[in-house]
Design a protein around this ligand. Structure first.
Ligand code: NAD
Ligand code: GLY
Length: 369
């Protein structure tokens, strides 16, 4: 088992990554200070892993809430369901929530923990690749609004993250690939050596070889822990973690939440950000080709969905947390391993990028979403 610390002074916390961690009672007893513990999961993950987690929590006073599964249920209503359950069970201010699931369960549960009685403890047990490499670490919590993705939320750090790699066995291939998109992101924004490693080992990742998956989870968590320690509230370097997200969130909102997977939308968003960077003259065509080739090997989309209107997408891109005083900021590339946050992109070139990915959409996007 690896242990990585997110260094945030008094609020520092460990990320544990390894095989068969759900059954390790001591990980729970050492990291949960509360007596009352409520586990939040969903209708897919609970039948698979809730009992095992409850066994490991048998020394606590426990309860559980099971949410509907899906990005379309990442809403204030789900937060309300958790808070209702906490109130009905008379959970006090020093109780703890445990998020058992992917990024959706993690984001909702973290936000409920941030809100309940002005903030209670929570522990993340991420069960998807995406959640193990990204969403469970760093304390961004929240839910969607019909008009914009992740528009309601709070920063609220967990007490611990327990990433059990054995639970990935039950995940389908499409979800694994979607998670790998966020892994590529670390290579693109700050770790060129990691990007090269992923390129060289992409077949092992597609074949879900345990050593390869363990390696990318560890490297991703180390990268993310460093970034969060440097810039917890996203006033600087953390914004780079949003590479591809302004494009990707517009796709998710435009299509309807849950149509494309989050990681699929981010994958194409990163390629679009690279394409705009190339049009700006900041990177060579070869960089775009390397990214596109990786996405194709991972069976991730490289074109927009059919009939996706570029003008409408541009409008949706304006509903973005990085917009300041109505000005849109994008994360663009200056090379592999080097990204910038900038409002100095050419609006006409952005429209060229949007049109290019819309007009290209007959072949390789087939079967997606
Ligand atoms: P998800 O939570 O919807 O999980 C994907 C699917 O896999 C779901 O159907 C889920 O029930 C199922 N599942 C989960 N674990 C499983 C397992 N072990 N076996 C079988 N099925 C399993 O999606 P996700 O990709 O994990 O997360 C996406 C969400 O994360 C988005 O809402 C995104 O906005 C958010 N996110 C948040 C951050 C952050 O910093 N907070 C970062 C990145 C993404
Ligand atoms: N996934 C973006 C962040 O955590 O900042």
């Amino acid at each position: 088992m690896k242990k990585i610390i997110v260094e945030l002074g008094e609020r520092s916390y460990p990320i544990y990554a390894g095989n068969d961690l759900l059954g390790k009672e001591n990980l729970f007893s050492e990291n949960i200070k509360s007596r009352q513990v409520m586990v939040v999961s969903n209708t897919t993950v609970a039948p698979l892993y809730l009992e095992k987690v409850m066994q490991s929590l048998k020394g606590f006073d426990t309860a559980s809430v099971i949410l509907e599964d899906g990005e379309q249920y990442k809403t204030l209503a789900a937060v309300n369901d958790i808070i209702t359950a906490l109130l009905e069970k008379r959970f006090s201010r020093n109780s703890c929530l445990v998020a058992l699931g992917g990024g959706v369960v993690g984001d909702i549960t973290g936000f409920a923990a941030a809100c309940y009685q002005r903030g209670i403890d929570f522990v993340q047990i991420p069960t998807t690749v995406l959640a193990q490499v990204d969403s469970s670490v760093g304390g961004k919590t929240g839910v969607n609004h019909a008009a914009g993705k992740n528009m309601i939320g709070a920063f609220h750090q967990p007490q611990a993250v327990i990433a059990d790699t054995s639970v990935l066995d039950t995940l389908d291939d499409r979800e694994v690939s979607a998670g790998l998109a966020e892994v590529l992101k670390y290579g693109l924004i700050r770790d060129a050596g990691f990007f090269d490693w992923i390129e060289d080992n992409v077949d092992s990742l597609v074949n879900r070889e345990p050593e390869a998956l363990a390696y990318i989870i560890e490297q991703s968590c180390s990268n993310k822990a460093d970034i969060v320690a440097e810039d917890e509230r996203e006033s600087g370097v953390r914004a780079l973690l949003n590479l591809g997200h302004t494009f990707g969130h517009a796709i998710e909102t435009g299509l309807g939440y849950g149509t494309w997977l989050h990681g699929e939308a981010i994958a194409l968003g990163m390629l679009m950000a690279a394409d705009l960077s190339r049009r700006m003259g900041w990177i060579e065509k070869e960089v775009c080709e390397r990214i596109e080739s990786m996405l194709l090997k991972l069976k991730l989309p490289v074109t927009l969905p059919d009939n996706f209107d570029p003008e409408k997408m541009r409008e949706l891109m304006s509903v973005d947390k990085k917009a300041k005083d109505g000005v849109l900021f994008l994360i663009l590339l200056k090379g592999i391993g080097e990204a910038v946050v900038t409002d100095e992109f050419d609006e006409d070139l952005l429209m060229e990028t949007l049109n290019h990915f819309a007009s290209n959409n007959s072949s390789s996007s087939e079967g997606k979403g």
